[in-house]
Structure formats: structure tokens, C-alpha cells
Design a protein around this ligand. Structure first.
Ligand code: GTP
Ligand code: ZN
Length: 201
């Protein structure tokens, strides 16, 4: 099943088809002028196009197949993809935040193609985001389409809006988690999940 064919938990209006490139380029050119920069300089001449392209790319997740397999062996322990690289854009400042995601689940009737754990992170990260919302969207989406016994998502990220400007707390990382099903309710599973992600639970 192609992911674009699923009614995802993504908010309507996100995606490349909603991007007006000409308007985005004009807006970047206006911003440069508003910031007192000379848009006629050779270095800046193509910058509105580059910035519009860069944001369009950063806001567009790649399409993928949601491939699952029958859980023939009845595997009932945790499956965890650790240290999935994650890049997103902060909703409040439009600056990047980046780090890693750890995504795990306790299988039910189906197991998921392993790469899909990283692809689901990208599906929601390529958007203007709030870290808490991103974390929960990944967990909710896996719960809905994989129907596992439990799901756990941890994201550890550094926000450029906290590093490059404002409080300038460079190196500080924010940790968020979302747990569902047995990983939320069963103390032992929850502890094991946090132990394997390396986050104190
Ligand atoms: N909860 C949450 N807050 C975020 C996230 N990304 C950025 N923020 C925060 O959003 C807040 C916006 O606060 P404002 O006071 O309106 O913005 P600001 O004046 O730029 O704030 P400072 O960053 O403190 O200078 C800041 O505290 C940011 O750190 C996120 O993913 N989750
Ligand atoms: Zn921010």
C-alpha cells in the first residue's frame, strides 16, 4: 500500500502540491530587502529560488510503500530502530531542529518492514513541527496502521532556535516520548523500552 493512498494523520494542506513557488520566491526576495540586503548582488540574485526550493524539499516527505509481513513465528518482544536521523523545521521560528528518533513496537499479527520505521519519522518530520506533536503523530500513525501490541517513540533533538539565537543554549537537547498500548501500560515493557533507547524511564 502506497502511503499517499492512506488517510494519514498528516494535517491537510501539507505537501509539495500546496507550495506556490513563485509566491515563495517573491516573499524571500521581499524579506531580503526588508532585512536591508541588496537583492541585486550576484550572490543573492538566485537566493529566492534556492530558499523556495530548499523549503519545498524540507517540507516534502518521500513516498513509500507501507510493507508489512505476517508475524508467522509469533515474535512478541520489542522491535526497536534506534538513532534514526531526524530533521524537521520548528513551527515557531521556521528554523531546523534535528537529532535522532528511537521507534519501537511490540508486534501483533503483522511485523513492519524495518526501514518503514525511519520512513514514518520522515513522513511527519518534513513539516513545520512542534517536537511533542511530531513524537505523538509517529506513535499514533503506527498504532493505527500496524495495530501492534504497543508502540514507543522517543525523539532527542537540538533546536536551532534555542542554539543560534534567543537563549543560545547550544548543545541542549530536548527529549520527548510517546507510548501506546502495552508499552504505556505494562511497567516492565515500558522500562525495557526506555532502557534500550538509553533514556531513563
Ligand atoms: N514546546 C515546544 N516549544 C518549542 C518548540 N520549538 C520551539 N519552541 C519554543 O517556542 C517558544 C516560542 O516562544 P516566544 O516567546 O513566542 O518566542 P521567542 O521570543 O522567540 O522566544 P525565545 O526563544 O525564548 O527567545 C520558545 O520558547 C521556543 O523555544 C517545540 O518543538 N516544542
Ligand atoms: Zn523555534
Amino acid at each position: 500500500m502506497r502511503v499517499s493512498e492512506l488517510p494519514t494523520a498528516r494535517p491537510p494542506g501539507a505537501g509539495r502540491e500546496d507550495i506556490d513557488f513563485a509566491a515563495a520566491q517573491r516573499a524571500v526576495a521581499d524579506l531580503l530587502v526588508a532585512l536591508g540586503r541588496d537583492p541585486g548582488s550576484e550572490h543573492l540574485a538566485d537566493t529566492p529560488r534556492r530558499v523556495a526550493d530548499a523549503y519545498a524539499e524540507m517540507l516534502t516527505p518521500r513516498e513509500f510503500n507501507l510493507t508489512t509481513f505476517p508475524n508467522d513465528e509469533g515474535y512478541d518482544e520489542l522491535v526497536l530502530a534506534r538513532d534514526i536521523p531526524m530533521q524537521s523545521l520548528c513551527m515557531h521560528h521556521m528554523l531546523p531542529f534535528h537529532g535522532v528518533a528511537h521507534v519501537g513496537y511490540l508486534p501483533g499479527e503483522r511485523i513492519l518492514g524495518l526501514s518503514k520505521l525511519a520512513r514514518v519519522v520522515e513522513l511527519f518530520a518534513r513539516d513545520f513541527q512542534v517536537q511533542e506533536r511530531l513524537t505523538k503523530q509517529v506513535a499514533d500513525w503506527l498504532q493505527e496502521y500496524l495495530a501492534p501490541v504497543g508502540v514507543g517513540v522517543v525523539i532527542e533533538a537540538e533546536h536551532m532556535c534555542m542554539s543560534l539565537r534567543g537563549v543560545r543554549a547550544t548543545g541542549s537537547r530536548t527529549v520527548t516520548s510517546a507510548l501506546k498500548g502495552a508499552l504505556r501500560e505494562d511497567g516492565r515493557s515500558r522500562q525495557e523500552f526506555f532502557a534500550l533507547t538509553g533514556v531513563a524511564g
